[in-house]
Design a protein around this ligand. Structure first.
Ligand code: SF4
Ligand code: SF4
Length: 157
């Protein structure tokens, strides 16, 4: 599968040399490992604030490519989809997946070896069992009251 994210012509190991707030837009996008976990609906426990991941995917999520089917124009359809940036990442950390490259870097941790920026292979995230590829159900098929029947442990590989 070709990489849905453009990772060509990037500075070598740019994420280790440059603060997140100083990355170029292309470098920022290339940080995404393509796991698709942030595109799953989540359930938040009102009392504890704990967030649980479901396999119920956003209606724009393409389960086979494990990527947003309309990424550049997604806000026309899903205005609430968050555009993550160095300015808002802190307030979003509570729901972000543990293996998310943005969260790892923000917390000063290294990327995993299966990250396409390390492996140079966009499929390594799927081969490692960390992604949502072929694991989801579309949100338009599941009543919101039933999402709790589709809770999953975060696939950590
Ligand atoms: S969880 Fe993070 S690394 Fe995975 S697809 Fe979402 S933004 Fe990319
Ligand atoms: S609109 Fe696209 S990027 Fe946003 S949650 Fe849905 S599938 Fe993911």
């Amino acid at each position: 599968m070709t990489d849905p994210i453009d990772r060509k012509g990037l500075r070598k190991r740019f994420w280790e040399k440059t603060p997140m707030s100083k990355l170029t837009p292309k470098e920022w996008e290339a940080l995404c490992d393509g796991c698709g976990k942030c595109c799953m609906n989540k359930l938040e426990d009102e009392d504890s604030g704990e967030v649980a991941l479901t396999r119920v995917a956003c209606r724009l999520f393409d389960d086979s490519t494990c990527h947003c089917a309309q990424y550049p124009i997604r806000h026309q359809f899903i205005p609430e989809c968050i555009t993550l940036s160095a300015d808002n990442i802190e307030e979003n950390l509570y729901w972000m997946p543990e293996t998310c490259a943005y969260k790892l870097l923000w917390n000063g941790e290294p990327l995993y070896n299966w990250h396409p920026l390390i492996s140079c292979d966009p499929n390594s995230v799927h081969a490692a069992g960390v992604s949502m590829q072929d694991r989801t159900v579309p949100e338009f098929e599941i009543d919101e009251d039933d999402w709790e029947d589709h809770l999953i442990e975060e696939p950590l590989g």
